[in-house]
Design a protein around this ligand. Structure first.
Ligand SMILES: Cc1cc2nc3c(=O)[nH]c(=O)nc-3n(C[C@H](O)[C@H](O)[C@H](O)COP(=O)(O)OP(=O)(O)OC[C@H]3O[C@@H](n4cnc5c(N)ncnc54)[C@H](O)[C@@H]3O)c2cc1C
Length: 433
């Protein structure tokens, strides 16, 4: 009798579930272990009892170039639930927001002169239409952008973005990371009817429908390669024995789980650096801004967070029981004090700046507060990063590692989680055990 190959996937985020779906379709015996009580990882949602749709813990949208996730949504039968809108994204300068998502709006922006704008426009156009990213990874975005577009445009518009995303590491980030954003992003932004959780839940159902098993609240603790081949995996509340393990978790957790990995590979995993994210979501009685979906904030102007995201200027508030929804988000080093702060301490830190967005704001507008934190949220990609990325195929036969840190040159996102999940599934199928 032919025994099915047994695969354990660690992590029911978008990458793990995408891999599970393809392997279950290819008749592998698939098990997924997820540490959290719900599937979805960073793209998971939460829901107040009076809301119709769940809301992402961390603000999410798609771009029109996100073909992998759109294709997978079609394959699992929810292609019609993806839709695009063009909300207003803005930058903040000297106390107010300026829409900044079309050439006309850039022309109208008063804080740069015509020459600055022409130079910046030429640089952005060059990056948008270049297809070879390799040369861009040899320089830092900080150095190259200043040199090409000039200091004023860089310091006004792009430096705040880099500082916000990478904190004190912002000078190290390579230009390929910046190129990927310019090259791939669209002003129209996509969303799922029912939120990203609807996509995740449908994917879980498809995996289960194909015979795969998805266990929640089941953190893996130790992956032990067996002398005869295959693995024994210990987790909280269960153990597993089988042929193939795919880990989709953070580098820090992964390297601890398999100390048997050769030191050259472990070293690469240990050297991956990343930022965490802290995001506060507020439900409000009134709108904060007239039109802004997204405002990038310069920390230089004293904001205690990077992004102000008024979700209900993008999605209709009827899906959230009439609440106005605002996210206040920041990327931070995983040891930043925000990770230790209570909800009240974060509120005390964030609320004093809210009148900047609406002078009428008072704390009694707030009807709900949620804080979500993730220590592994955004890989930091230095110069020549492509040489530093650990291979998906580890030196231990049957063990694969597929994480956000490896989707380079693309900036991590659900689209690339689908792509790397399906890629690792294809590699598993192509290799003999
Ligand atoms: C603030 C923020 C905003 C974002 N905005 C967008 C956006 O607008 N659009 C977009 O497409 N993407 C966005 N992303 C990125 C996107 O969410 C991720 O790229 C994607 O979800 C990563 O999927 P993943 O499966 O690779 O990893 P994860 O989602 O991190 O999944 C890994 C899973 O492994 C689980 N796990 C960890 N340790 C263990 C263990 N020991 N045992 C078992 N399970 C374990 C985790 O609980 C998690 O569920 C955003 C992310 C953040 C933080």
């Amino acid at each position: 009798m032919n025994q099915k190959t047994r695969v354990l996937i660690i992590g029911a985020g978008v990458a793990g579930l995408s891999a599970a779906y393809d392997l279950a379709r290819a008749d592998y015996d698939v098990t997924v272990w997820e540490a959290a009580p719900q599937a979805g990882g960073l793209a998971a949602g939460f829901k107040a009892s009076h809301w119709g749709w769940p809301l992402e813990k961390f603000y999410h949208h798609l771009f029109q170039s996100d073909h992998d996730i759109i294709r997978l949504a079609e394959e699992i039968g929810i292609g019609n639930d993806v839709f695009f809108r063009r909300p207003i994204t803005s930058v903040w300068k000297n106390g107010r927001s300026y829409p900044f998502d079309s050439p006309l709006r850039v022309l109208l922006f008063p804080h740069l002169n015509v020459l600055d704008k022409a130079r910046m426009g030429a640089v952005i156009a060059y990056l948008r239409f270049s297809s070879q990213w390799q040369k861009f990874e040899r320089v830092t975005a900080h150095e190259w952008l200043q040199r090409t577009m000039g200091r004023r445009a860089y310091e006004t518009l792009w430096e705040p973005l880099l500082v916000g995303k990478f904190g004190e590491h912002y000078r190290e980030v390579n230009l390929a990371w910046f190129w990927a954003r310019i090259h791939k992003r669209s002003p129209a932004l996509g969303y799922f009817r029912g939120g990203f959780q609807h996509f995740v839940d449908t994917l879980v159902r498809r995996v289960e429908g194909l015979g795969g098993k998805v266990y929640l609240s089941r953190p893996a603790r130790r992956i032990r390669p067996l002398p005869e081949g295959g693995f024994h995996v210990q987790g909280e509340g269960g153990e597993w024995r089988g042929d193939v393990v795919i880990a989709t978790i953070s580098p820090t957790v992964f390297q601890r789980m398999v100390p048997e990995l050769p030191s050259s590979y472990l070293e690469k995993v240990r050297n991956l650096r990343y930022m965490g994210a802290v995001v506060m979501t507020l439900a409000l009685k009134h709108r904060m801004t007239e039109q802004d979906y997204w405002i990038n904030l310069p920390k230089k102007e004293g904001f205690p967070f990077l992004a102000f995201v008024e979700h209900t200027n993008y999605m209709d508030r009827e899906h959230y029981g009439g609440d106005y929804i605002v996210y206040l988000g920041d990327y931070l080093d995983p040891d930043h004090p925000y990770f230790q702060m209570s909800e009240q301490e974060l509120l005390d830190t964030f609320l004093p700046v809210l009148p900047c967005f609406n002078p009428n704001f008072t704390p009694d507008w707030i009807t709900g507060v949620w804080v979500h934190k993730a220590t592994y949220a955004q890989p930091v990609v230095p110069v020549n990063y492509s040489r530093q990325i650990p291979d998906i195929v580890t030196p231990i036969r049957g063990l694969y590692y597929a994480s956000m840190s490896q989707v380079y040159p693309w900036d991590r996102g659900t689209n690339y989680a689908v792509e790397i999940g399906r890629r690792v599934a294809e590699i598993v199928q192509s290799r003999k055990l």
